[in-house]
Write a protein that binds this ligand. Structure first.
Ligand code: FE2
Length: 154
């Protein structure tokens, strides 16, 4: 099984998405989640999602949703593993023209690389080593992010 694959979940109606300014508003809080992250990741922040979008995701996606949030990445993310098994991402901005989502084996050798487009659902295995490379300075990589222990499709 590939560590990242495209899934054919429905596109999010645009009117349900906050603007970039709304998502990155310094007054917009960080969601409360269960568990403590294994370590701090530089340049990675999480923002609470608007209720209308949370409701739409619960009603329209065929997975059990544990955490929903906006994620904002402002610089390359070094290889790490997450506490949850799977993440479903829907990119709103990419952070540059050639930003790679990379997966590594246990020795840190890159074994899988993807340049994903905006407005396309992807599922990625998040409990194996992965990172993000190629963010352009001053650009933001913003996604709708769902975390779950549930696996959909192949
Ligand atoms: Fe991650």
């Amino acid at each position: 099984m590939k560590k990242l694959s495209y899934v054919d979940f429905p596109k999010i109606p645009e009117e349900l998405l906050l603007s970039i300014e709304g998502i990155t508003d310094p007054n917009r809080p960080k969601p409360v989640t269960r568990g403590t992250p294994k370590y701090w990741i530089e340049g990675f922040s999480r923002k609470t999602m608007n209720d209308e979008l949370i409701e739409w995701l619960h009603n329209n996606l065929p997975i059990k949703i544990d955490v929903v949030q906006y994620q904002v990445i402002s610089q390359d993310v070094r290889q790490h593993t997450d506490l949850t098994t799977y993440a479903y991402n829907y990119q709103l901005t990419l952070g540059g023209p050639d930003v790679r989502t990379e997966f590594a084996d246990e020795s840190g050798n890159i074994v899988e690389t993807h340049v994903i487009p905006t407005y396309q659902w992807v599922r990625l295995k998040s409990d194996v080593l992965h990172g993000v490379a190629g963010i352009e300075p001053g650009q933001l990589r913003i996604a709708v992010n769902i975390r779950t222990s549930e696996h959909y499709g192949d």
